[in-house]
Design a protein around this ligand. Structure first.
Ligand code: CA
Length: 235
């Protein structure tokens, strides 16, 4: 077995799901470690240093959120959360605690593999990311952070300060779902009753100015009921 394989830690107490994930991931060239409890997962994380974690939120000892909180004190390993469809709030909490992405159970294999590839790729890109003040580009979109200037196909896009701040924030978290509250707290410093509406209005204006057609997900993906994500190009 080569040492160049990505190592993925699966933390999931449901044996059938865990076994299925192991098979699928191994068949796709990943090395897989499994843990069925939170504490065991944390130990394996420090002893095996995986490249990515797939984490079930409902674990028997501590819950998955606790896992994220503990792990994020000293590791930026990408974490993809598995959550049940009914656990919308858990998903949001997990993202706010630092999970990178989520897949809702029951999930499709292809969807999961796409999320895994994306998280691994983004992590590599972020490791080599240039210092702030550099130029960000995604397809035809270019952000010059020094000048606070946005271009699409070489044309300057005239954004308001708020619109620029939102777009810049998403670009700094490329590929990661940013929840409504994390965006709102960053941009406006706190939430109130009208915050989500205000964010949605700004987002609609940004999309229009970037030349996105309704429903198009080129630069900004609307994760319904959760938040927004700037997708990595291969998404
Ligand atoms: Ca479970």
């Amino acid at each position: 077995m080569g040492n160049n394989k990505f190592k993925i830690l699966v933390v999931e107490d449901d044996r059938s799901v865990s076994r299925m994930l192991q098979t699928v991931l191994e068949n796709n060239g990943y090395q897989v470690l499994t843990a069925s409890k939170c504490q065991q997962g944390i130990l394996m994380l420090s002893s095996h240093v995986p490249d990515l974690v797939v984490l079930d939120l409902g674990l028997p000892d501590l819950d998955g959120e606790e896992f994220i909180r503990i792990v994020r004190t000293d590791s930026m390993v990408p974490i993809i959360v598995l959550s049940a469809r009914t656990d919308e709030m858990d998903k949001v909490t997990a993202l706010d605690l630092g999970a990178n992405d989520y897949v809702t159970k029951p999930f499709g294999i292809e969807e999961l593999l796409a999320r895994v590839r994306s998280a691994l790729r983004i992590n590599r890109m972020n490791l080599h990311a240039a210092a702030p003040g550099s130029i960000f580009s995604l397809g035809a979109l270019v952000i010059n952070y020094d000048k606070r200037q946005v271009r699409v196909d070489d044309h300057v896009v005239h954004l308001t300060q708020t619109e620029y701040n939102i777009l810049s924030f998403l670009s700094h978290h490329l590929g990661k779902v940013m929840t409504y509250s994390s965006i709102i707290n960053t941009i406006w410093g706190g939430m109130d009753d009208g915050s989500i509406k205000k964010l949605q209005v700004n987002m609609a204006n940004i999309r229009k100015k970037l030349g996105c057609k309704p429903g198009e997900t080129r630069y900004i993906v609307n994760e319904l009921g959760v938040g927004y994500r700037m997708p990595d190009q291969d998404d």
